[in-house]
Design a protein around this ligand. Structure first.
Ligand code: HEM
Length: 548
């Protein structure tokens, strides 16, 4: 059975995971060594099979060691660059570092000479992004989350045991897990199933927003409005991941409540991750103070999630009502595979689904507030699809709301969560005329290109029209290489929550614009990148409730 599946899958390449494979296929067979070997070989990956073939142009390409980049000094390498006073990269924001490298070195740069860190090669050309992604095989390696991996495989091995989820796992274990959960999470049907509940949750969020408008003389949102958006994001993803409402949108939710602690931890976690994994540190040899805080923050999240997950598991086990597959929730379907899979996937969803969706929503509302024309165009579209302010955002609305989708795309062009995508070269390749040996860590620096007029005319302007099918000429996104804008990553390792995130975003943005006029009366927004990119100034939007 599996051999047949593998033979078929080799012909369809990366689509195997999302289309040809089913939960049944994966569960019903143990992968034999021969089948595995044949599969990897046909896909050209190097898992289990050495692929030592040299790519075209290898002999003519410049050697790896001649890739330009910050020069390492004897003994201390490049670490000094991150030191206060003397270092040119001290406390540097990740995007700023990419910008500098691009300006200084061009389309490729290498940062090495950092003890306990392998070299990273930064690439700035969409043609090279494409070569890298097209050669990532069926098990792309994004070996960037070492500290998370350490947490799950060493610190909390007792909890995660042999099932670490998708985010931090690689190779066949990642593949086996992802093949099981893809058919549940990546299907358009799943997102549609949650449209009604996401409407209800968005309505609760809007009720809070209405209260804020009434409690301020000009309808300005409070300083911590972004935190209220995070609460909406947690409420939404928790409903999908755990089958229950957490109560994050309760107007009286306290700062020391459990949901707020999760949000604070999720945000802090990414910043600490930047400190221990993006900047040079010694956590691999010595458990630094920052590393210990990182573990504490992950513990807060893990133990709270575990409590919710156990409670959801018990509740679902007790419920004996017979259900067809399509009537089951995501958590029920995950549980049907196995309890460990349900636990690990729910953890990944809750960890990855708050800051990401929250910041993107905040950015979309800010851009609309600053760009009255775009806001009016969106409202015009929504008025035609949603006759009343409280009309639900149905499947039909979402299908026909092309301007809404363009607004979200333009938001992720200017303010995506991720500055680029991280991959390990799984075989030798030639990028930008240089030899890249197998095993090299590479980062595609998409955001620098997304902000460049060379790829998007008037790149600093928020112009959703560039994403509309009807737009032609130089403003159309069709003139830009499709690998420049990849906010959810690419290929089998791309964001598993993409459909759910888009559903959440489209519903809440549609409802906000259908109900309020949005204005901005402050200095331009500031952004940070530690290492997630996003808005950083207080989101003090001025909102006025619409008459109809
Ligand atoms: C606007 C919202 C979001 C953005 C922009 C985003 C972006 C990304 C990106 C860039 C990646 C890496 C992809 C790659 O390496 O090719 C990723 C991975 C991932 N995302 Fe999202 N994400 C969002 C929301 C979510 C949500 C709501 C969930 C929850 C289901 C989620 C779960 C994950 C997981 C589990 C991975 C790891 C996948 C793997 O390694 O196999 N994301 N996301």
């Amino acid at each position: 059975m599996l051999n047949r599946t593998l033979t078929v899958s080799c012909n369809v390449g990366v689509r195997f995971i999302s289309t040809a494979n089913t939960t049944k296929n994966v569960d019903s067979a143990t992968i034999t060594a021969e089948a595995k070997e044949a599969y990897y070989k046909n896909l050209g990956t190097n898992f289990g099979v050495e692929d030592n073939t040299k790519p075209a142009g290898w002999d003519e390409a410049l050697p790896y060691k001649s890739i330009p980049g910050p020069k390492a000094l004897p003994i201390i390498g490049n670490v000094w660059r991150f030191f206060p006073y003397v270092g040119d990269l001290h406390n540097i924001d990740v995007l700023e570092m990419h910008r500098r490298f691009y300006k200084q070195y061009g389309k490729i740069a290498k940062l090495g000479g950092i003890p306990t860190f392998p070299d990273t090669v930064f690439i700035f050309s969409p043609e090279d992004f494409e070569v890298l992604h097209r050669n990532e095989g069926a098990f792309p390696i994004r070996d960037a989350l070492k500290a998370f991996q350490h947490y799950r495989t060493v610190v909390r091995k007792d909890i995660f045991k042999d099932v670490g989820g998708v985010t931090t796992v690689h190779g066949i274990d990642w593949y086996n897990f992802r093949s099981k959960v893809n058919p549940i999470l990546m299907q358009p049907r799943t997102a549609q199933q949650y449209a009604d509940s996401m409407n209800v949750i968005a309505n609760d969020f809007l009720a809070n927003v209405k209260r804020f408008t009434k409690s301020h003389p000009t309808g300005e949102m409070p300083e911590d409005f972004l935190n209220h958006i995070y609460r909406w994001a947690l409420e939404s993803i928790a409903y999908i991941a755990l089958d229950r409402r957490l109560g994050c949108l309760d107007p009286n939710l306290r700062r020391d409540s459990e949901p707020q602690k999760i949000i604070d931890s999720a945000i802090r976690m990414f910043y600490l991750y930047y400190k221990i994994e993006v900047l040079p540190t010694l956590w691999k040899v010595y458990k630094t103070k920052t590393f210990r805080e990182f573990i504490d923050v992950l513990d807060t999240m893990t133990f709270t999630f575990l409590k919710y997950i156990n409670e959801a598991t018990e509740r679902i086990k007790k419920d004996k009502t017979p259900k067809e597959e399509h009537q089951m929730s995501v958590f029920q379907r995950l549980l049907k595979i196995d309890q460990k899979v349900a636990m690990a996937m729910a953890m990944d969803m809750l960890t990855a689904g708050v800051d990401t969706t929250g910041r993107t929503t905040g950015a979309a509302l800010y851009f609309l507030a600053k760009n009255t024309e775009a806001q009016n165009a969106l409202r015009k579209e929504l008025r035609s699809l949603m006759p009343n302010k409280d009309s639900p955002v149905t499947k039909e609305v979402l299908t026909n709301a092309s301007y809404l989708r363009a607004v979200i795309k333009e938001t992720t062009r200017i303010a995506p969560i991720s500055v680029g995508n991280f991959r390990q070269a799984i075989k030798d390749m030639v990028l930008c005329g240089y030899q890249i040996p197998k095993g090299t860590n590479l980062l595609t620096c998409n955001l620098v290109l997304c902000h460049s007029d060379e790829y998007f005319p008037e790149a600093s302007q928020f112009i959703p029209e560039r994403w509309l099918r009807s737009t032609t000429g130089e403003m159309s996104h069709k003139n830009t290489h499709p690998f420049v804008h990849l906010p959810f990553g690419f290929g089998p390792r791309s964001c598993i929550g993409k459909r759910l995130a888009n559903l959440e975003l489209e519903i809440v943005v549609a409802k906000m614009v259908r109900n309020f006029n949005l204005e901005w009366h402050h200095e331009d927004m500031k952004y940070v990148c530690y290492p997630l990119y996003g808005i950083a100034s207080p989101l003090k939007l001025q909102l006025t409730e619409l008459e109809d």
